[in-house]
Design a protein around this ligand. Structure first.
Ligand code: ADP
Ligand code: MG
Length: 292
Protein backbone atom coordinates (compact mmCIF):
# COMPACT_ATOMS: atom_id res chain seq x y z
CA UNK A 1 0.00 0.00 0.00
CA UNK A 2 1.35 3.43 -0.85
CA UNK A 3 2.02 5.63 2.12
CA UNK A 4 0.10 8.72 1.11
CA UNK A 5 1.49 10.75 3.99
CA UNK A 6 4.90 10.73 2.34
CA UNK A 7 3.77 12.26 -0.90
CA UNK A 8 6.65 14.60 -1.55
CA UNK A 9 9.42 12.84 0.25
CA UNK A 10 11.38 11.44 -2.66
CA UNK A 11 13.65 13.98 -4.36
CA UNK A 12 12.11 13.37 -7.77
CA UNK A 13 8.57 13.89 -6.51
CA UNK A 14 9.61 16.98 -4.57
CA UNK A 15 11.28 18.42 -7.67
CA UNK A 16 8.23 17.67 -9.81
CA UNK A 17 5.95 19.28 -7.25
CA UNK A 18 8.19 22.33 -7.05
CA UNK A 19 8.20 22.66 -10.86
CA UNK A 20 4.42 22.43 -10.92
CA UNK A 21 4.18 25.10 -8.21
CA UNK A 22 6.45 27.49 -10.06
CA UNK A 23 4.50 26.98 -13.26
CA UNK A 24 1.23 27.61 -11.42
CA UNK A 25 2.52 30.75 -9.76
CA UNK A 26 3.54 32.18 -13.12
CA UNK A 27 0.19 31.54 -14.65
CA UNK A 28 -2.37 34.29 -14.61
CA UNK A 29 -5.96 33.28 -14.08
CA UNK A 30 -8.71 35.31 -15.71
CA UNK A 31 -10.55 37.69 -13.42
CA UNK A 32 -14.32 37.32 -13.87
CA UNK A 33 -16.07 40.36 -15.35
CA UNK A 34 -18.62 40.23 -12.55
CA UNK A 35 -18.16 38.68 -9.10
CA UNK A 36 -18.98 34.97 -9.09
CA UNK A 37 -20.82 33.52 -6.13
CA UNK A 38 -20.68 29.74 -5.81
CA UNK A 39 -22.66 27.79 -3.26
CA UNK A 40 -20.99 24.57 -2.23
CA UNK A 41 -23.79 22.22 -1.40
CA UNK A 42 -24.53 18.55 -0.88
CA UNK A 43 -26.78 17.56 1.98
CA UNK A 44 -24.58 14.57 2.72
CA UNK A 45 -21.98 15.26 5.37
CA UNK A 46 -18.34 14.41 4.87
CA UNK A 47 -18.25 14.62 1.08
CA UNK A 48 -15.65 17.39 0.93
CA UNK A 49 -17.76 20.56 0.86
CA UNK A 50 -15.68 22.48 3.36
CA UNK A 51 -12.38 21.13 2.07
CA UNK A 52 -13.38 22.18 -1.42
CA UNK A 53 -14.59 25.63 -0.33
CA UNK A 54 -11.39 26.57 1.47
CA UNK A 55 -8.93 25.01 -0.95
CA UNK A 56 -10.53 26.31 -4.14
CA UNK A 57 -10.69 29.70 -2.46
CA UNK A 58 -7.02 29.47 -1.51
CA UNK A 59 -6.11 28.26 -5.00
CA UNK A 60 -7.72 31.31 -6.59
CA UNK A 61 -6.35 33.72 -3.96
CA UNK A 62 -2.81 32.45 -4.58
CA UNK A 63 -3.24 33.71 -8.14
CA UNK A 64 -4.12 37.16 -6.90
CA UNK A 65 -7.89 36.90 -7.23
CA UNK A 66 -9.93 38.38 -4.39
CA UNK A 67 -11.87 35.61 -2.67
CA UNK A 68 -14.43 35.61 0.11
CA UNK A 69 -15.50 32.45 1.94
CA UNK A 70 -18.80 32.60 3.78
CA UNK A 71 -18.98 29.91 6.43
CA UNK A 72 -22.62 28.91 6.67
CA UNK A 73 -22.15 25.76 8.74
CA UNK A 74 -22.59 26.04 12.54
CA UNK A 75 -19.65 23.64 12.88
CA UNK A 76 -17.43 26.44 11.55
CA UNK A 77 -14.96 24.09 9.87
CA UNK A 78 -14.22 26.50 7.02
CA UNK A 79 -13.42 29.26 9.53
CA UNK A 80 -11.10 26.89 11.38
CA UNK A 81 -9.32 25.78 8.20
CA UNK A 82 -8.77 29.41 7.20
CA UNK A 83 -7.33 30.23 10.62
CA UNK A 84 -9.83 32.97 11.47
CA UNK A 85 -11.24 33.71 14.89
CA UNK A 86 -14.62 32.07 15.45
CA UNK A 87 -15.12 32.60 19.15
CA UNK A 88 -18.62 33.29 20.34
CA UNK A 89 -18.02 37.01 20.81
CA UNK A 90 -16.63 37.87 17.33
CA UNK A 91 -19.07 39.13 14.70
CA UNK A 92 -20.12 36.15 12.59
CA UNK A 93 -22.48 35.18 9.81
CA UNK A 94 -25.15 34.73 12.49
CA UNK A 95 -25.07 38.47 13.27
CA UNK A 96 -25.26 39.25 9.56
CA UNK A 97 -28.26 36.98 8.97
CA UNK A 98 -30.20 37.55 12.17
CA UNK A 99 -29.09 40.91 13.53
CA UNK A 100 -28.58 42.97 10.36
CA UNK A 101 -24.84 43.38 10.95
CA UNK A 102 -23.07 44.71 7.87
CA UNK A 103 -21.15 41.90 6.18
CA UNK A 104 -18.09 44.13 6.04
CA UNK A 105 -18.02 44.20 9.86
CA UNK A 106 -17.87 40.41 10.10
CA UNK A 107 -15.22 39.79 7.43
CA UNK A 108 -11.77 38.67 8.61
CA UNK A 109 -8.58 38.30 6.58
CA UNK A 110 -7.25 34.75 6.36
CA UNK A 111 -3.68 34.64 7.72
CA UNK A 112 -1.03 33.80 5.13
CA UNK A 113 -2.96 35.20 2.17
CA UNK A 114 -3.11 38.65 0.62
CA UNK A 115 -6.56 38.42 -0.91
CA UNK A 116 -8.55 35.81 1.00
CA UNK A 117 -11.25 36.66 3.53
CA UNK A 118 -13.76 34.74 5.58
CA UNK A 119 -17.00 35.50 7.34
CA UNK A 120 -16.81 33.01 10.22
CA UNK A 121 -19.53 30.84 11.68
CA UNK A 122 -19.77 29.81 15.29
CA UNK A 123 -22.11 27.98 17.59
CA UNK A 124 -24.73 30.76 17.48
CA UNK A 125 -25.58 29.66 13.97
CA UNK A 126 -26.90 26.34 15.28
CA UNK A 127 -30.20 28.00 16.18
CA UNK A 128 -30.45 30.06 13.02
CA UNK A 129 -32.50 27.59 10.97
CA UNK A 130 -35.31 27.98 13.48
CA UNK A 131 -34.81 31.68 14.18
CA UNK A 132 -34.90 32.49 10.48
CA UNK A 133 -38.36 30.98 10.05
CA UNK A 134 -40.12 34.01 11.50
CA UNK A 135 -37.91 36.64 9.84
CA UNK A 136 -38.98 38.91 7.01
CA UNK A 137 -37.44 37.88 3.66
CA UNK A 138 -36.01 34.87 5.41
CA UNK A 139 -34.70 33.23 2.21
CA UNK A 140 -32.84 36.24 0.89
CA UNK A 141 -31.05 37.64 3.92
CA UNK A 142 -27.66 36.37 2.83
CA UNK A 143 -28.14 37.71 -0.69
CA UNK A 144 -28.98 41.16 0.63
CA UNK A 145 -25.89 41.15 2.81
CA UNK A 146 -23.61 39.91 0.01
CA UNK A 147 -24.95 42.47 -2.46
CA UNK A 148 -23.64 45.24 -0.23
CA UNK A 149 -20.17 43.73 -0.49
CA UNK A 150 -20.15 42.62 -4.13
CA UNK A 151 -17.52 45.05 -5.39
CA UNK A 152 -14.99 43.70 -2.90
CA UNK A 153 -14.40 40.22 -4.29
CA UNK A 154 -13.96 38.28 -7.54
CA UNK A 155 -15.18 35.01 -6.04
CA UNK A 156 -17.35 34.11 -3.11
CA UNK A 157 -17.69 30.52 -1.94
CA UNK A 158 -20.50 29.73 0.46
CA UNK A 159 -19.84 26.63 2.54
CA UNK A 160 -23.20 25.01 3.34
CA UNK A 161 -24.21 22.79 6.24
CA UNK A 162 -25.15 19.18 5.42
CA UNK A 163 -28.87 19.86 5.09
CA UNK A 164 -31.33 21.49 2.74
CA UNK A 165 -32.80 23.86 5.31
CA UNK A 166 -33.13 27.64 5.32
CA UNK A 167 -29.37 28.24 5.54
CA UNK A 168 -28.77 26.30 2.34
CA UNK A 169 -31.76 28.02 0.71
CA UNK A 170 -30.19 31.38 1.66
CA UNK A 171 -26.97 30.23 0.00
CA UNK A 172 -28.84 29.19 -3.15
CA UNK A 173 -30.66 32.50 -3.35
CA UNK A 174 -27.41 34.43 -2.93
CA UNK A 175 -25.52 32.56 -5.69
CA UNK A 176 -25.80 32.00 -9.41
CA UNK A 177 -23.83 28.78 -9.29
CA UNK A 178 -23.99 25.63 -7.25
CA UNK A 179 -20.81 23.63 -6.95
CA UNK A 180 -21.56 20.06 -6.00
CA UNK A 181 -18.75 17.99 -4.50
CA UNK A 182 -19.27 14.26 -4.86
CA UNK A 183 -17.23 11.76 -2.91
CA UNK A 184 -16.00 8.79 -4.95
CA UNK A 185 -17.53 6.28 -2.54
CA UNK A 186 -20.48 3.96 -2.08
CA UNK A 187 -23.84 5.69 -2.50
CA UNK A 188 -22.15 8.74 -4.04
CA UNK A 189 -25.23 9.74 -6.01
CA UNK A 190 -27.59 9.12 -3.13
CA UNK A 191 -29.32 12.36 -2.33
CA UNK A 192 -27.95 14.14 -5.38
CA UNK A 193 -31.29 14.05 -7.18
CA UNK A 194 -32.91 15.58 -4.10
CA UNK A 195 -30.33 18.36 -4.15
CA UNK A 196 -30.92 18.97 -7.85
CA UNK A 197 -34.67 19.09 -7.17
CA UNK A 198 -34.07 21.73 -4.51
CA UNK A 199 -31.96 23.76 -6.91
CA UNK A 200 -34.85 23.59 -9.40
CA UNK A 201 -37.33 24.72 -6.74
CA UNK A 202 -35.18 27.67 -5.73
CA UNK A 203 -34.69 28.49 -9.38
CA UNK A 204 -38.44 28.40 -10.08
CA UNK A 205 -39.51 30.46 -7.09
CA UNK A 206 -36.65 32.53 -5.72
CA UNK A 207 -33.62 32.78 -8.01
CA UNK A 208 -34.06 32.22 -11.76
CA UNK A 209 -30.29 32.56 -12.38
CA UNK A 210 -29.34 29.51 -10.33
CA UNK A 211 -27.71 26.44 -11.89
CA UNK A 212 -25.50 23.53 -10.88
CA UNK A 213 -22.54 24.82 -12.86
CA UNK A 214 -19.78 22.63 -11.45
CA UNK A 215 -19.34 19.13 -10.07
CA UNK A 216 -16.10 18.07 -8.40
CA UNK A 217 -15.13 14.48 -7.67
CA UNK A 218 -13.42 14.30 -4.29
CA UNK A 219 -11.52 11.75 -2.20
CA UNK A 220 -10.71 9.66 -5.25
CA UNK A 221 -8.72 6.55 -4.46
CA UNK A 222 -7.04 5.22 -7.58
CA UNK A 223 -6.55 1.84 -5.94
CA UNK A 224 -10.22 1.00 -5.95
CA UNK A 225 -12.30 0.09 -8.98
CA UNK A 226 -15.28 1.53 -7.19
CA UNK A 227 -13.84 5.05 -7.42
CA UNK A 228 -13.57 4.71 -11.19
CA UNK A 229 -17.11 3.41 -11.45
CA UNK A 230 -18.44 6.30 -9.39
CA UNK A 231 -16.47 8.82 -11.44
CA UNK A 232 -17.80 7.36 -14.70
CA UNK A 233 -21.36 7.36 -13.40
CA UNK A 234 -21.13 10.98 -12.28
CA UNK A 235 -19.67 12.03 -15.66
CA UNK A 236 -22.52 10.26 -17.47
CA UNK A 237 -25.04 12.03 -15.26
CA UNK A 238 -23.58 15.57 -15.25
CA UNK A 239 -21.56 15.63 -18.49
CA UNK A 240 -19.17 18.52 -18.94
CA UNK A 241 -20.23 20.17 -15.71
CA UNK A 242 -17.85 17.75 -14.00
CA UNK A 243 -14.35 19.20 -13.67
CA UNK A 244 -11.66 17.15 -15.39
CA UNK A 245 -9.56 17.44 -12.24
CA UNK A 246 -10.32 14.82 -9.63
CA UNK A 247 -9.19 15.39 -6.04
CA UNK A 248 -7.31 12.34 -4.69
CA UNK A 249 -7.69 11.07 -1.18
CA UNK A 250 -4.66 12.47 0.59
CA UNK A 251 -3.69 12.47 4.23
CA UNK A 252 -2.20 15.96 3.85
CA UNK A 253 -5.61 17.35 2.91
CA UNK A 254 -7.18 15.95 6.06
CA UNK A 255 -4.31 17.04 8.32
CA UNK A 256 -4.28 20.69 7.23
CA UNK A 257 -7.39 21.93 9.14
CA UNK A 258 -5.86 20.66 12.39
CA UNK A 259 -3.19 23.32 11.91
CA UNK A 260 -5.69 26.04 11.01
CA UNK A 261 -4.53 25.89 7.41
CA UNK A 262 -5.58 25.00 3.91
CA UNK A 263 -3.54 22.29 2.23
CA UNK A 264 -2.20 25.04 -0.08
CA UNK A 265 -0.14 26.47 2.75
CA UNK A 266 0.24 23.32 4.88
CA UNK A 267 1.86 21.24 2.11
CA UNK A 268 1.77 23.13 -1.19
CA UNK A 269 3.57 20.38 -3.08
CA UNK A 270 1.24 17.57 -2.02
CA UNK A 271 -0.99 15.86 -4.52
CA UNK A 272 -4.07 17.25 -2.81
CA UNK A 273 -2.81 20.83 -3.03
CA UNK A 274 -1.87 20.45 -6.68
CA UNK A 275 -5.26 18.93 -7.49
CA UNK A 276 -7.10 21.82 -5.83
CA UNK A 277 -4.87 24.32 -7.67
CA UNK A 278 -5.73 22.62 -10.93
CA UNK A 279 -9.44 22.57 -10.04
CA UNK A 280 -9.30 26.28 -9.16
CA UNK A 281 -7.75 26.98 -12.54
CA UNK A 282 -10.50 25.04 -14.30
CA UNK A 283 -13.18 26.93 -12.37
CA UNK A 284 -11.59 30.26 -13.34
CA UNK A 285 -11.14 29.40 -17.00
CA UNK A 286 -14.64 27.99 -17.41
CA UNK A 287 -16.22 30.97 -15.73
CA UNK A 288 -14.34 33.42 -17.91
CA UNK A 289 -16.65 32.46 -20.78
CA UNK A 290 -19.91 31.35 -19.21
CA UNK A 291 -20.63 33.16 -15.99
CA UNK A 292 -18.73 36.41 -16.18
P1 ADP B 1 -18.17 18.21 4.40
O1 ADP B 1 -17.89 19.66 4.52
O2 ADP B 1 -18.92 17.84 3.15
O3 ADP B 1 -18.81 17.64 5.62
P2 ADP B 1 -15.30 17.90 4.68
O4 ADP B 1 -14.70 18.79 3.66
O5 ADP B 1 -15.34 18.39 6.08
O6 ADP B 1 -16.76 17.44 4.23
O7 ADP B 1 -14.55 16.51 4.60
C1 ADP B 1 -14.89 15.42 5.46
C2 ADP B 1 -13.63 14.79 6.02
O8 ADP B 1 -12.85 14.23 4.96
C3 ADP B 1 -12.72 15.81 6.72
O9 ADP B 1 -12.14 15.18 7.81
C4 ADP B 1 -11.70 16.15 5.65
O10 ADP B 1 -10.46 16.54 6.22
C5 ADP B 1 -11.58 14.83 4.91
N1 ADP B 1 -11.21 15.03 3.50
C6 ADP B 1 -11.81 15.84 2.60
N2 ADP B 1 -11.22 15.77 1.40
C7 ADP B 1 -10.19 14.86 1.53
C8 ADP B 1 -9.20 14.34 0.64
N3 ADP B 1 -9.13 14.73 -0.63
N4 ADP B 1 -8.33 13.44 1.15
C9 ADP B 1 -8.41 13.03 2.44
N5 ADP B 1 -9.30 13.49 3.32
C10 ADP B 1 -10.20 14.40 2.89
MG1 MG C 1 -18.45 21.03 6.02
Amino acid sequence: MTDVSRETDTPIMAAAAQAARVQHAREQLPRPLAPRVLTIANQKGGVGKTTTAVNLAAGLAIHGLRVLVVDLDPQGNASTALGVDRHGDVPSIYDVLLDDFALADAVQAAPGFDSLWCVPANIHLAGAEIELVSMVARESRLKRALDTFAGQFDYCFIDCPPSLGLLTVNAMVAAREVLLPIQCEYYALEGVSQLVQNVELVKAHLNPSLDVSTVLLTMYDARTRLADQVAAEVRTHFGDRVLRTVVPRSVRVSEAPGYGQTVMTYDPGSRGALAYLEAAKEVAIRGAGGHA
